[in-house]
Design a protein around this ligand. Sequence first.
Ligand SMILES: *[C@@H]1O[C@H](CO)[C@@H](O)[C@H](O)[C@H]1NC(C)=O
Ligand SMILES: *[C@@H]1O[C@H](CO)[C@@H](O)[C@H](O)[C@H]1NC(C)=O
Ligand SMILES: *[C@@H]1O[C@H](CO)[C@@H](O)[C@H](O)[C@H]1NC(C)=O
Ligand SMILES: *[C@@H]1O[C@H](CO)[C@@H](O)[C@H](O)[C@H]1NC(C)=O
Length: 268
Amino acid sequence: MLKLFIPSVLLLVSCSAVPLQNNVEPFIKNGELAEVGQFPYQAGLNISFGGNLTTWCGGTLISHYWIITAAHCMDSAESVTVYLGAINIRDETEPGQQRIMVEKSGIIVHSNYTASTVTNDISLIRLPIFVAFTKHIRAASLPRRLNGSFPTYDSVLASASGWGRDSDASDTVSPVLRYVEMPVMPNAVCRMYWSGAVSEKMICMSTASGKSTCHGDSGGPLVYREGSISYLIGSTSFGTTMGCQVGFPAVFTRISSYLDWILNHVIS
Ligand SMILES: *[C@@H]1O[C@H](CO)[C@@H](O)[C@H](O)[C@H]1NC(C)=O
Ligand SMILES: *[C@@H]1O[C@H](CO)[C@@H](O)[C@H](O)[C@H]1NC(C)=O
Ligand SMILES: *[C@@H]1O[C@H](CO)[C@@H](O)[C@H](O)[C@H]1NC(C)=O
Ligand SMILES: *[C@@H]1O[C@H](CO)[C@@H](O)[C@H](O)[C@H]1NC(C)=O
């Protein structure tokens, strides 16, 4: 019955759509412009690999000290400059914007991260200073259990935000923060596109609906808002260049699957 929602061409494509790193191209295309204070948990990451090599990723502030992002962003990074409270990353004088340099020792990549399958695609960054919350900077909440288990978040509306680069060249990053709001796709449906590449430790967002909007920046937040609480339910992991045109779902690391790992590091 679920097949009814999916054009048959996509089922054919899904057989070969294993997400290798060079297929991985997360970005937001033509998303809505974010307003000041709308995504106070959003972090921008200018990641340095030594020499002149830098790349841009997103992340999410989860406390006064910690950022969650993707392992594929931080793997082999030498250092990272974390942007907080930013809308326009080209404007260092933007009110509320803060930039914090973090050395390699503050970067924790999941020890079972596997690049070839993009599994366990999660990492943590520990800020060297306490970051005070302001109207521009505020942590997102981690998912909570309801009646003993974590919600799947199937079909809830969630927003992915980021500066959306359209290639690996860092100078093509959008200067201003953008977002897309789309429903969470149940994993069973997502697997019809991605087959075995999508596990229960991942969460998918629909990209259908004819918009050219697509994925958030790598490592950036997928957030479900309930009242005034913003729950971080995903961290942008992978998609495909086909995604924006044919509705391939964007795939995120499912945060509730990594809470023990997160809390082990954050508390110790
Ligand atoms: C990241 O930092 C490098 C080195 O300072 C800079 O050249 C580059 O423009 C920065 N990237 C972004 C997206 O701001
Ligand atoms: C950095 O870039 C400049 C200009 O392209 C180049 O001259 C220099 O050798 C580069 N440095 C390193 C360490 O790659
Ligand atoms: C990594 O995988 C091994 C083998 O499955 C497992 O024993 C270990 O607990 C995993 N590490 C983490 C941090 O999940
Ligand atoms: C939790 O369990 C109670 C009792 O079974 C039920 O009434 C309630 O609807 C459940 N809440 C949720 C959010 O599932």
